[in-house]
Design a protein around this ligand. Structure first.
Ligand SMILES: Cc1cc2nc3c(=O)[nH]c(=O)nc-3n(C[C@H](O)[C@H](O)[C@H](O)COP(=O)(O)OP(=O)(O)OC[C@H]3O[C@@H](n4cnc5c(N)ncnc54)[C@H](O)[C@@H]3O)c2cc1C
Length: 306
């Protein structure tokens, strides 16, 4: 119930104004967001990569509904990628892109062109792009765009959300050689017809999907903070005789940082997803929805006691 309410609030203009203008919200937000500027992103990326972690950077700007805003988001990615290239960080830091930030809602062909521009900049910087997966209504369109992009940029990463009932089918289709696939639970509201809604069902689906990806020929990117699923991932790596450089764990900036370092210290590849920019509201609200304890932090900040 609470999760659904927070996810509904993540798309509500009124709730957005309250959260964005509360006096101390930013302190809570900064736990999950690297900052608002490219300098903040570069500083955090240098820190994490210096510790042996990998990074995927998200320039916040989801649900942009006008062409000017969309073009500004694309420029933001190109500028970031130039910065990564100049700092020789391409081998350790890639970018994650939400198609809703670059025109998917306006016109699919426009979004594809924009994604090509970002992939070209990524290639020049010696790195890759992963297309995040958003609301369930966009899944077919997003997978179609991944498919198109992979003709010219075969290293484009896809994302599968385990809570979707079709997740296993999609994993089987994507478990081919060279295919980079992020598996996550799924962070958006979705109806029962298309998605599992109970935690246990979602976790079981995650395990089934991991089995397919880890037994397949692709490059699985296992995006979860869930200790039980991380243990299963380790067991599947042994079972499938996978070397540490044939898959990676992924976690979000600010969530279970010690676990990120523990896994990396054991020789695993761990990528931290780092979001930055001024449009942090939707991303932040999804982090609240994932964990009620985060909501308590926010409530304290809203009444000015944080
Ligand atoms: C790298 C990465 C990329 C992602 N990309 C996408 C995407 O493209 N599309 C999409 O729909 N979703 C994406 N997600 C979000 C994902 O779908 C889940 O909503 C999120 O990861 C929480 O699920 P979990 O697997 O960590 O398990 P959970 O069962 O939610 O959490 C397990 C444990 O992790 C910790 N934890 C999890 N979330 C939080 C939090 N917000 N604050 C504090 N602690 C927390 C807690 O200790 C919790 O007990 C991504 C997640 C990661 C890590």
């Amino acid at each position: 119930m609470l999760r659904q309410a927070l996810l509904a609030a993540s798309r509500s203009g009124g709730a957005r104004r309250v959260v964005e203008t509360a006096p101390f919200t930013r302190d809570v937000v900064r736990r999950f967001i690297a900052g608002e500027t490219i300098d903040d992103a570069a500083r955090v990326t240098e820190g994490l990569t210096g510790e042996g972690l990998l990074v995927s950077l998200d320039v916040l700007g989801e649900d942009t509904l006008d062409r000017e805003g969309t073009e500004a988001n694309v420029r933001g990615y190109v500028e970031l990628l130039e910065r990564l290239g100049a700092a020789h960080l391409g081998a350790r830091a890639e970018v994650s892109v939400k198609l809703s930030a670059i025109g998917q809602t306006l016109d699919e062909a426009f979004a594809l062109d924009n994604a090509r521009t970002i992939c070209t900049a990524a290639r020049s910087a010696g790195t890759t792009v992963t297309l995040d997966m958003e609301d369930h209504t966009t899944v077919d369109s997003t997978l179609g765009i991944v498919h198109e992009l992979r003709r010219d940029f075969p290293d484009t990463g896809a994302v599968i959300q385990a809570y979707l009932r079709r997740a296993e089918e999609h994993c089987a289709e994507l478990a081919y050689e060279g295919s980079r696939v992020r598996l996550c639970k799924g962070a958006y509201a979705a109806p029962d017809e298309v998605a599992f809604t109970g935690k246990e069902d979602i976790d079981k689906s995650f395990v089934r999907c991991m089995k397919i990806l880890m037994a397949g020929k692709g490059y699985p990117m296992l995006a979860t903070h869930d200790p039980r699923l991380i243990d299963v991932a380790g067991a599947l790596a042994v079972l499938n005789e996978r070397d540490a450089d044939t898959f990676e764990y992924q976690m979000l900036y600010g969530i279970r940082p010690q676990e990120q370092r523990r896994l990396s210290g054991q020789g695993a590849q761990v990528r931290v997803y780092v979001a930055y920019g001024q449009e942090w509201y939707g991303y932040f609200m999804r982090r609240l929805a994932e964990r009620p304890g985060n909501l308590r932090l926010l409530m304290r900040s809203l009444v000015g006691r944080a």
